[in-house]
Design a protein around this ligand. Structure first.
Ligand code: CU
Length: 371
């Protein structure tokens, strides 16, 4: 499902040196402390790597804000390998189908953080910061109480990290940033069912989510929910610079635009209007369940299905806290909600962000109910 297009290892030049200079200002070092739930692989520093460093932190912590106050960081995602080979990157539809949960109850994941160009449409490729080479990152499905054992290895020149909203862990350990070539591992058992975001938590977190480092971990309850066609929709915004300064047709993510919060594109599953172009099909009589995550980085998703009403929305962990007969419901950035509808009418039903300034920028799709 997730293309991982090879990228050219040759890195160019001035941009990279400039960026590395900035990255050095943010350089992080991992203390030799192993937490019970999380550890960091210790490796010798690379030649030229700084060792006179400040403590590990992540941007969700007060410590992080303090440490980074007034420091510079790169304002563009066009770093390292993010633009290399962009012209040949293929488009693929991001499959919204929820895969079955792990049968073993043990989910073992080892992902890589790396920079890679990602094609959003026929004419737009972004310089992405990614988990596993795609935006969003891999879709994960488990059940409450399963064991999730996760390792992130950072292949990029700047530090990255993971922050699982489905977990309850000490963020200073489990979600800490790791420099290039190092890994961080954490293990947890999701306590609640729901549609949970994960993202890179490295400062500035706005830049890392805004450049593509986010995804969804879906946690089903132990007792299965009513049979349904299950789909995952992760809404995010892209804030894109003009193509100048990077290879033609590659758009870098622009930090200043992220701060201004006026996106160029708002997408379900990383591509504008992809489910208008290739709709989601179900059959008359089906129950449809949308697991909707708002990855942001800054805007909510006001989720609505034109011509339908939601039979249920779970306000908390399902199956508890369901409300019924709902027309539109907002999912906060960093949040997730579960929407169910019963397809008792055949036809084509647009699903939209009913905040139409954002719907119009790509957060629309089509649910086709075939008779
Ligand atoms: Cu990151």
């Amino acid at each position: 499902m997730h293309d991982s297009t090879p990228v050219d290892a040759n890195e160019s030049a001035t941009d990279r040196r400039t960026f590395l200079g900035r990255a050095a200002a943010l350089s992080l070092v991992i203390p030799g402390i192993a937490a019970t739930a999380c550890s960091n692989s210790e490796q010798p520093p690379r030649a030229g790597a700084t060792t006179n460093v400040r403590p590990t932190h992540n941007s969700d912590s007060r410590l992080d804000s303090t440490l980074l106050k007034g420091q510079r960081h790169g304002g563009t995602s066009a770093t390292g390998t993010a633009t290399q080979g962009a012209q040949s990157v293929a488009y693929h539809r991001w499959d919204p189908t929820l895969p079955p949960p792990s049968a073993s109850g043990h989910v073992q994941l080892h992902w890589h953080a790396h920079e890679a160009p990602v094609r959003l449409s026929a004419d737009t490729v972004v310089a992405g910061w990614t988990f596993e080479g795609d935006i969003p990152g891999p879709l994960v499905h488990c059940r409450v109480g399963d064991t999730v054992e996760f390792t992130l290895t950072n292949d990029a020149d700047i530090p990255h990290s993971i922050d699982f909203h489905a977990a309850q862990l000490d963020p200073k350990q489990a979600f800490k940033s790791v420099p290039k070539g190092q890994s961080v591992t954490c293990t947890f058992k999701p306590k609640y069912a729901g549609a949970f975001m994960y993202h890179c938590g490295t400062s500035p977190v706005l830049m890392h989510i805004g450049s593509g480092m986010f995804g969804a971990l879906i946690v089903s309850p132990r007792e299965p929910l009513p049979a349904a066609k299950d789909f995952v929709l992760i809404q995010n915004e892209f804030y894109l610079a003009e193509a100048a300064g990077v290879p033609a047709a590659v758009r870098a993510s622009d930090y200043q635009k992220m701060l201004n919060m006026i996106p160029d594109l708002v997408c379900f599953n990383g591509r504008p209007n992809q489910y208008l172009d290739a709709p989601i099909h179900v059959k008359l009589g089906d129950r449809v369940r949308f697991w909707v995550v708002s990855a942001g980085p800054s805007h909510p998703c006001h989720f609505h299905v034109v011509g339908e009403q939601f039979d249920k929305i779970y306000l908390g962990t399902p199956p508890a806290n369901a409300i019924t007969g709902v027309q539109t419901f907002s999912v906060a950035p960093g949040g997730g909600s579960i929407f169910e509808l019963v397809c008792d009418v055949a036809g084509e039903f647009p699903f939209v962000n009913h905040g139409f300034g954002h719907g119009q920028k790509g957060a629309m799709g089509l649910l086709v109910v075939d008779a």
